[in-house]
Design a protein around this ligand. Structure first.
Ligand code: ADP
Ligand code: GLC
Length: 472
């Protein structure tokens, strides 16, 4: 079965969050169970620089904004997954991140950039494709690919499409005038189409036109049918409820393996945990924290965004320190949160470390070196860091939402609290600190988490079943 997996990020080439982890690993997992899954990415500088054996296969024209582009064929580094790259230099070869410039402002032409990307995904999946490889299913991910199902349907093509929502909070919303930029028929700007509260929404387009909708955990698939987390799409998602499923993300168990992780100073397994204590001491040293084997060390790694509930971490921080704990945070994002963690660190030298920035190696060292991982997200479609924590014997404290609720077992592999309030988080922290004083019970908990299987195979089989249901 041939699947085209269209995504705007895939590690190790380009990453801003969990979408990249999933897009780096799921296509390879699908290939491992016998599907011919290929990835389509925009030609960002990092993609062009890191892809293997890139060569042009076709010229693409007739795209929105008069864009002329080249389609490259290549392979992903590390796992060799076949890759197509949309090389459109005037859209994608620029400084800054995939969506924002160096100063942190959205690129002003994002509407055109991702309309063209969606158009190319649709073209590769329809009978007019310039390739000899014809996908049987087009799998789109998040708003950046949301227009692809609309382009296919509105042009009368029947190739089945899947739209996966990794985060309903990012919708690709643009003013109605942009309907002309994206080359969609004016009639599609309606409730039964791409219109969303008077604007054009790329994600809404995908949710309306795709044949099947998925999201990345069973709980989130339920939560987004209700106003609290439906972000205005709850009506549509409820109407399409029979076509919406939650398939839990897996993790890359080669990249995240404490027994062989190249980023760690020491390695360990659930039977031989000594290396984890050494990782902790080394982490304390590297981050200028007071050395202490028995000091409970709380790790936090996150995009500093409202979603992640980091204000709750700030609210309980003094309490953690008062009880003898330490905090090691790695993150980047909203300036006010960056400043608040920077201040906390300045006020408590040796007890709090706040690294503001993006650092993949350090994220592995914090996962390995911490005792406890804090993830009090207000909402979390799946979440990957709690899974990395479980696998690394770092006991997670999580809010009972989305994928956090589906993956952490309260009192067995971690601590789960039910209201996103400082008080509820504090009670969970208190329970964790209490449990930490009993080394035997604590080890049992670490090992319980380490024994859970979050590899991709099971989820890859669920995607396969979904695709087969579409192709017949
Ligand atoms: P989201 O996609 O909402 O950000 P996830 O938990 O699904 O949340 O995935 C986040 C991914 O990004 C994880 O792989 C995490 O380790 C990584 N990450 C987040 N912030 C940083 C950072 N500052 N440095 C390194 N990795 C980070
Ligand atoms: C999003 C979500 C996160 C999820 C990731 C990968 O960024 O916020 O919960 O794990 O996508 O699906």
């Amino acid at each position: 079965m041939r699947i085209l997996f269209a995504t705007s990020e895939a590690r190790p080439l380009i990453k801003t969050g969990g979408l990249a982890d999933v897009s780096g690993a799921l296509p390879a997992a699908l290939r491992a169970i016998g599907l011919d899954c290929r990835v389509l990415l925009p030609g960002y500088p990092a993609v062009l620089a890191g892809a293997r054996q890139a060569r042009p296969v076709s010229r693409l024209d007739g795209l929105a904004g008069g864009t002329v582009a080249t389609l490259l064929e290549a392979t992903m580094p590390e796992n060799g997954t076949p890759l197509y790259i949309l090389d459109a230099p005037e859209l994608f070869q620029r400084e800054g991140g995939p969506y924002q410039d160096v100063a942190g402002h959205d690129h002003p032409d994002n509407v055109l950039r991702f309309a063209v990307f969606s158009q190319v995904a649709a073209r590769l999946a329809c009978s007019d494709t310039p390739l000899s490889w014809h996908p049987e299913v087009l799998h789109c991910n998040d708003w950046q690919t949301g227009l692809a199902p609309a382009y296919l349907r509105l042009a009368g093509h029947a190739t089945p499409t899947v739209m996966t929502v990794h985060n309903l909070a990012y919708q690709g919303i643009f003013p109605p005038e942009d309907m002309t930029t994206v080359d969609l028929p004016a009639e599609s700007f309606s409730l039964n189409g791409v219109e969303y509260y008077g604007s054009l929404s790329f994600l809404k387009a995908g949710l309306y036109y795709a044949d099947r909708l998925t999201t990345v955990s069973p709980s989130y698939a339920e939560e987004i049918r209700l106003p609290a987390l439906g972000m205005g799409m709850q009506g549509l998602l409820t109407t399409r409820g029979d076509e919406l499923v939650g398939i839990l993300n897996g993790i890359d168990t080669v990249e995240w393996n404490a027994a062989s992780d190249v980023h760690l100073p020491y390695t360990y397994t659930s039977r031989a945990l000594a290396g984890k204590s050494q990782c902790k001491l080394k982490l304390q040293q590297d981050l200028n924290l007071e050395p202490g084997r028995d000091t409970p060390l709380f790790g936090v790694i996150a995009r500093l965004a409202n979603q992640k509930g980091l204000d709750l971490v700030l609210a309980v921080a003094e309490g953690i320190l008062h009880r003898g704990g330490q905090i090691a945070l790695l993150g980047t994002g909203e300036k006010t949160l960056e400043a608040a963690f920077h201040d906390l660190c300045a006020q408590h030298p040796g007890r709090v470390a706040a690294v503001i920035g993006y650092d993949e190696g350090l994220s592995h060292r914090i996962e390995a070196g911490s005792d406890i991982f804090l993830m009090p997200s207000r909402f979390e479609p799946c979440g990957l860091n709690q899974l990395y924590s479980l696998r690394y014997g770092t006991v997670p404290i999580v809010h009972a939402t989305g994928g956090l609720k589906d993956t952490v077992e309260d009192g067995v592999t971690g601590f789960v609290f039910h209201e996103p309030t400082p008080h509820a988080l504090w009670l969970a922290v208190d329970r964790a600190l209490h449990a930490y004083t009993d080394p035997k019970a604590w080890k049992r908990m670490m090992r319980a988490g380490m024994s859970r299987d979050f590899s991709w195979e099971k989820s890859a089989r669920e995607y396969e079943t979904l695709y087969r249901g579409l192709v017949g």
